[in-house]
Write a protein that binds this ligand. Structure first.
Ligand SMILES: *Cc1c(COP(=O)(O)O)cnc(C)c1O
Length: 487
């Protein structure tokens, strides 16, 4: 592309002095000279250097930006563990209603009854789904929910005069689990995965003792497998005096089918931005409410919403509360979206969502195991973890496979996680995708597998169709540079 034909780099580059793209309504207050009412120090010497552009230019600019990155509204986004499912647009419309969007977080409770009612009703729905007795909606992410839970575990043991130092975590755990445990002041104890991809119960038994404050376990686990000995595991931890925390990031697979409280968990977080279809990615916003059994409710962060005779109020945290985890309402817009989704689907709809998520994963798995290894494949739920070791032996690591997928205009799966699978490709299609899309995605992976032998350079050089080629990912993360890349 020559300089003359390249698109303008930024909205500022499109600016032409005097061009006006909007027509503001006539002012309904008398014109006043700013210098007459404002301190001279607060006045600009020159007008603000804003871009002067037409409305279509603004639109093209932002539409152009939106297609330079991948998102779930463009094509499949099968990022395992992250549950990148479609977010119905009506949720956004509802969260944007002025009564929700224009609330001030410090408005007194009698002015925000509707908002408090949404929160109370969402809590009620989450209680039904999980079997837990009380929720806080404050934590702004799953990981923040984990930290909240760990701090509650601490306070629970402290109030009994127990000095326990460790929390057990499987070796397949998501990275936020050990991070939350350590931030909460505990040490982690690692428990191995057995040959079936589940918690190795003999190893777990050998690690239990008076030092164990609890266990954090993902159900279904990060291999996409249901921990079928879950009651035995929760029983072992309870017998040792510990509490069971369920990482509920995979609740997508369980709704209407199994409830955390019935399996013996004492605390669980829910990633509303995964399971209940609120947009996420790019670092937020999210929402990670945690639910607890009655014995832990006194430790929840305050304030909580309470209802009495149809009127709603904030109840401060009790004397055992760990204190606030977030200002004000938490990420309120996410709560509205999640509640809208839950209401729209209803109990049957949510159950069929989980069943379809499981069906889609199992269908896609069946299309791919002819060319990819599946080390732990027995009883997969909503996601599965392939190994690219056969491709690696032929000279192509999983990273190259993931990069080539970008050239097809789809997002890559999660790679190199969980750590217990070599050359891992963790795929979660979600219930949003049709059979046709799953077939197309499998066909891409088959083509890529053929390229491993016929044209390995095409894989090593990928991606070539994206706005940027291969980045130094660590550097790109640490030194974010969003300037337009001139080709
Ligand atoms: C996403 C995820 C988390 C962390 O949740 P965030 O909302 O991203 O903080 C924890 N555990 C598992 C298994 C996850 O997939």
């Amino acid at each position: 592309m020559s300089a003359a034909t390249a698109p303008p780099a930024s909205l500022f580059d499109k600016s032409v002095p005097g061009r006006i793209g909007h027509r503001p309504p006539a002012s309904d207050v008398p014109a006043t000279d700013p210098a007459a009412v404002l301190d001279a120090r607060l006045l600009r010497k020159q007008p603000a250097p804003l871009p002067e552009v037409s409305e279509p230019e603004v639109l093209r600019h932002f539409i152009g930006l939106s297609v330079r990155n991948h998102h779930v509204d463009r094509d499949i986004y099968p990022l395992g563990s992250c549950t990148m499912k479609y977010n119905p647009k009506i949720n956004d419309a509802i969260a944007s209603l002025p009564g929700f969007a224009q609330l001030h977080p410090r408005q007194p409770a009698d002015q925000v009854q509707g908002a408090l009612e949404v929160m109370a009703r969402l809590e009620q729905a989450l209680k039904g789904i999980t079997g837990m007795d009380r929720f806080t909606l404050q934590p702004p992410a799953g990981s923040s929910g984990e930290l909240t839970g760990v701090l509650m575990i601490r306070k629970y043991h402290a109030s009994r005069g127990a000095d326990r130092q460790t929390i057990v975590i499987p070796d397949s755990a998501h990275g936020t689990n050990p991070a939350s445990v350590i931030m909460g002041g505990y040490r982690t104890v690692k428990v191995a995965t057995d040959g079936e991809g589940r918690v190795d119960r003999a190893d777990l038994k050998s690690k239990l003792g008076p030092d164990v404050a609890g266990m954090m376990l993902t159900q279904p686990n990060t291999l996409g497998l249901f921990e079928d000995h879950i009651e035995e595991i929760t029983g072992m931890i309870h017998a040792a005096g510990g509490l069971m925390y369920m990482d509920g990031a995979n609740l997508n697979a369980l709704i209407g089918l199994a409830r955390p409280a019935d399996m013996g968990f004492d605390i669980t977080h829910i990633n509303l931005h995964k399971t209940f279809s609120t947009p996420h990615g790019g670092g937020g916003p999210g929402a990670g409410p945690i639910g607890v059994t009655a014995q832990l409710a006194p430790y929840l962060p305050g304030p909580l919403v309470t209802e009495s005779n149809g009127s709603y109020a904030w109840e401060p945290g009790g004397p055992e509360s760990i204190g606030r985890m977030h200002g004000h309402f938490g990420n309120f817009g996410m709560l509205v979206r999640a509640y809208a989704y839950i209401l729209a689907l209803g109990e049957d709809g949510l159950r069929s969502m989980s069943r379809r998520a499981v069906l889609n994963a199992n269908y896609l798995k069946s299309l791919l195991t002819d060319v990819f290894d599946l080390p732990y494949g027995d009883g997969i739920m909503h996601e599965f973890v392939l190994s690219g070791r056969r491709q690696k032996e032929r000279g192509i690591p999983t990273l190259d496979i993931a990069k080539k997928l970008l050239d097809y205009g789809v997002h890559a799966p999660t790679v190199y996680f969980p750590l217990v699978v070599p050359e891992a490709l963790m795929i979660e299609p979600t219930e949003s995708e049709t059979k046709q899309t799953l077939d197309r995605f499998a066909a891409m992976l088959h083509e890529i597998d053929a390229l491993v032998d016929s044209d390995p350079e095409a894989l090593r050089n990928a991606p070539v169709n994206t706005p940027v080629r291969r980045l130094d990912e660590t550097k790109a993360n640490r030194e974010l540079d969003l300037r337009w890349v001139k080709s």
